[in-house]
Every structure is written in C-alpha cells, then in structure tokens.
Design a protein around this ligand. Structure first.
Ligand SMILES: [Ca+2]
Ligand SMILES: [Ca+2]
Length: 173
C-alpha cells in the first residue's frame, strides 16, 4: 500500500513536471492530478495539471494514456479537448475553450465574458499544454481548471466517449 501511494505521488509530480522543467522551477504554484483509466477510446486522460509562474503566466495541460494521431482532433470533426476555467468560486466555468487542429496546428479558441484571442497549444508526446499570457483574464491565482475529452469513433465510442479530469472536482492552487 505504501508503495502504491508513493508511485501515485511520483506520477503526479511527473505530470506537473511535464508542464515544463522551467515552469516547475519558477512556478509560484503548481498542481496536478491523476485521472484513472476510466474511458474507452484514445482520448482517455491520464491526468491534468496547472502551474502559475511568478510572472503571472499560467500553464494548463492534460496527458492521455495512449498515443493518437494529430488528425484525430481535426477542426472538421467533433473530437475535442475542452478546457474549463472557473474564476469566481461558483461551480460554473466563465470561460470554455475547445482544442482542435486548424491548418496543422493545435489551437484553443476561448468563449466567455470577454473576448480572448485563440491561444496556441503545444503537443509533446501524449501531453497537450497551453501557455496563457499574464495579461489574459484566465491568468488568475484563484482560477479553477478542469478538462474534458470528447471522442466519437467506433466500437464503444460510436456514440461519444467523454472523459473528465479531475472526475468530479477542479484543480486549484
Ligand atoms: Ca481518464
Ligand atoms: Ca476521468
């Protein structure tokens, strides 16, 4: 049991570090949570993480268990990672972004109270990471973040597979 706890902790730390070694070193705050192998299909998330640097730059990201091809998130289809940002301590997200592949690059357009320019997304292996500038309304120390993946494919996902991470809560500092 002790070993199990230690492995889970090490894995959560690894997920935080995936947001970037420089990010981790300079972070004012960082948080990461594992998500179980709980959803069929290729977009089953292994975890989500968030880090706020002293500069005010906010990083958010997710990692999947398995690999998948970029085209799975092509803008012409319905498959997405959806990022939720709750800024005022209620249970609703004020801003929602949906990641897709547009002209060969991943991007996060954001809908919400104020207009925000689409934010570039970086893919490294099975991790998607978004760097949100310090002057964005999303870069708040009390931000709550969670993510969903949505995949409509074949087999068990012929209707739609949705994974949420964390399952029933949000990441917050
Ligand atoms: Ca999962
Ligand atoms: Ca989940």
């Amino acid at each position: 049991m002790k070993l199990h706890v230690r492995a889970a902790l090490a894995s959560a730390i690894a997920l935080g570090v995936l947001l970037g070694p420089a990010t981790a070193a300079l972070a004012e705050d960082s948080i990461a949570a594992r998500d179980p192998n709980d959803t069929p299909g290729k977009l089953d998330m292994d975890g989500a993480g968030m880090a706020l640097k002293n500069s005010g730059t906010l990083f958010v990201g997710v990692r999947t268990f398995g690999s998948w091809r970029d085209g799975l998130l092509d803008d012409s289809g319905d498959n997405r990672f959806v990022f939720y940002f709750n800024l005022d301590r209620d249970n609703k997200a004020e801003y929602t972004g949906k990641i897709s592949l547009v002209d060969g690059a991943f991007v996060l357009p954001v809908d919400g109270k104020r207009q925000i320019d689409p934010i570039p997304v970086t893919r490294t292996g099975t991790t998607l990471k978004v760097k949100i500038p310090a002057d964005s309304p999303l870069s708040q120390p009390d931000v709550k973040f969670w993510a969903k993946s949505r995949l409509t494919g074949s087999g068990k996902c012929s209707h739609t597979c949705v994974d949420r991470a964390p399952d029933s809560s949000a990441l917050h500092f």
